[in-house]
Design a protein around this ligand. Structure first.
Ligand code: PAF
Length: 282
């Protein structure tokens, strides 16, 4: 596996690649969720490129940019084991040189859910992802459904800006007890780790209500809120039952819906989601 730190070298390596290039953008501290994206990319492309870059512009003031877990050596070992062709690990100055001043701002869908709680988050995500696409020039790019709004925002950007690549959505990878894998799970104490299961239980309840014929989105939100409210360590940031494309809140579930949650467990903010009907994908 080649480890590349500069944009110039990444471009030079890219010029030498033939066949389809699958790309997995990450912020490192890799877990099975990332490796599922890598494995899918490997099965569908000649070469896999993975970027590791903790992108400062998608963190707000007071968020966990400094504390975000990092272990580059372990990450590179894991990627090498997965037969990744290129690991792109640029330093911040390489991605944001002095006088950097151009932003990609996807409108509307970025104002809801995560965007409402984290202003400028998606501007940072869309900008760094657009830059990575321009540098790596991938054929296909792999994103997890765990960050459903991110996936929807990136798909919109790719379509709006006529980017010549395919976005592939990969199902969320979960711990055996249902907790969605996330680098931030490492912040949880054992008691909080137990409490965090309430997210998966809440999504299970939404799915069960839907299967029983409930289509009133308000009732589903209420029942989920009551369940999460019964966990003393959990504080709800948002509960959403929204149209899976526009992310507008639904009154009635009559089309593909995204049920998404952001819940603080102690100081850790966790997100998770499912689509309804669950036989469909984003
Ligand atoms: O999902 C992530 O890890 C990040 O938001 C991404 C897509 C790598 C952009 O920094």
């Amino acid at each position: 596996m080649k480890v590349v730190n500069s944009v110039a070298e990444m471009r030079a390596v890219r010029r030498g690649l033939t066949g389809a290039v699958g790309f997995v953008p990450t912020m490192g501290y890799l877990h099975e969720g990332h490796l599922a994206l890598v494995r899918r990319a490997r099965s569908e492309n000649e070469t896999v490129v993975v970027s590791i870059f903790v992108n400062p512009t998608q963190f707000g003031a007071g968020e966990d940019f400094e504390a975000y877990p990092r272990d580059p050596e372990r990450d590179l070992t894991l990627l090498d084991r997965e037969k990744v062709g290129v690991a792109f690990t640029p330093p911040a100055e390489e991605m944001y040189p002095a006088h950097f001043g151009t932003w990609v701002d996807v409108q509307q869908i970025t104002e809801r859910l995560e965007g409402a709680s984290r202003p400028h988050h998606f501007r940072g995500v869309a900008t760094v992802v657009a830059k990575l696409f321009n540098i790596v020039e991938p054929t296909r790019v792999y994103f997890g459904q765990k960050d459903a709004q991110q996936l929807i925002v990136i798909k919109r950007m790719v379509s709006d800006l006529n980017m010549n690549l395919e976005i592939v959505a990969v199902p969320t990878v979960r711990e055996p007890d249902g907790l969605a894998m996330s680098s931030r799970n490492t912040y949880l104490s054992p008691r909080e780790r137990q409490a965090a299961l309430v997210l998966w239980q809440a999504l299970g309840l939404a799915s069960q209500l839907w299967s029983e014929g409930e289509r009133d989105a308000h009732k589903i939100r209420q029942k989920i809120a009551a369940l999460i409210g019964s966990e003393p360590l959990a504080q709800i940031d948002y509960i959403s039952v929204a149209d899976a494309e526009s992310l507008e809140e639904l009154a009635e579930i009559s089309r593909l819906a995204l049920v998404s949650l952001a819940v603080r467990i102690g100081k850790t903010r966790l997100i998770d989601n499912i689509v309804l009907p669950s036989s469909e994908a984003l």
